[in-house]
Ligand binder design. Structure first.
Ligand SMILES: Nc1ncnc2c1ncn2[C@@H]1O[C@H](COP(=O)(O)OP(=O)(O)OP(=O)(O)O)[C@@H](O)[C@H]1O
Length: 115
């Protein structure tokens, strides 16, 4: 149980200081509201939960990598730039797949309801 305390403190720290993480949480809440409104299937919920968890977890790892880099040096450094850019790329890939899954899940429901 002790480890959970540290982990929750880490999440709270992310919520307080990382703008991108707040955006991911907000996007997830919107997805949940839309999912309930459109009564999506359990398989759709599983897909959305998996990809949302992946995006949020990678955002946290990305922030941890950025902090390790900043611990090493906050001055302009080409190697740090590459490390941070690669780490941000991991989040971007997951976010793009999240958008793709979001379209695949919601598009048919929205077409059925509004067209
Ligand atoms: N010390 C550094 N030397 C060279 N380039 C850097 C350095 N620190 C940051 N950068 C560049 O700025 C970008 C943003 O890094 P920063 O640490 O500000 O993260 P951030 O503001 O949380 O951005 P994000 O998480 O959206 O990538 C990096 O991807 C990198 O290209």
């Amino acid at each position: 149980m002790f480890g959970f305390n540290h982990a929750f403190r880490g999440l709270f720290q992310m919520l307080r200081s990382e703008r991108n993480f707040k955006i991911h949480i907000l996007a997830f809440l919107l997805v949940v509201i839309l999912g309930f409104s459109l009564s999506i299937s359990i398989q759709d919920w599983i897909s959305l939960f998996l990809v949302s968890g992946l995006v949020m977890s990678l955002e946290i790892i990305n922030s941890a990598i950025e902090k390790i880099c900043d611990l090493y040096s906050t001055e302009s450094n080409q190697k740090i730039k590459i490390i941070k850019d690669i780490s941000a790329g991991a989040v971007l890939i997951a976010a793009l797949f999240a958008v793709l899954i979001g379209i695949l899940v919601f598009y048919p429901h929205l077409v059925e309801r509004f067209l």
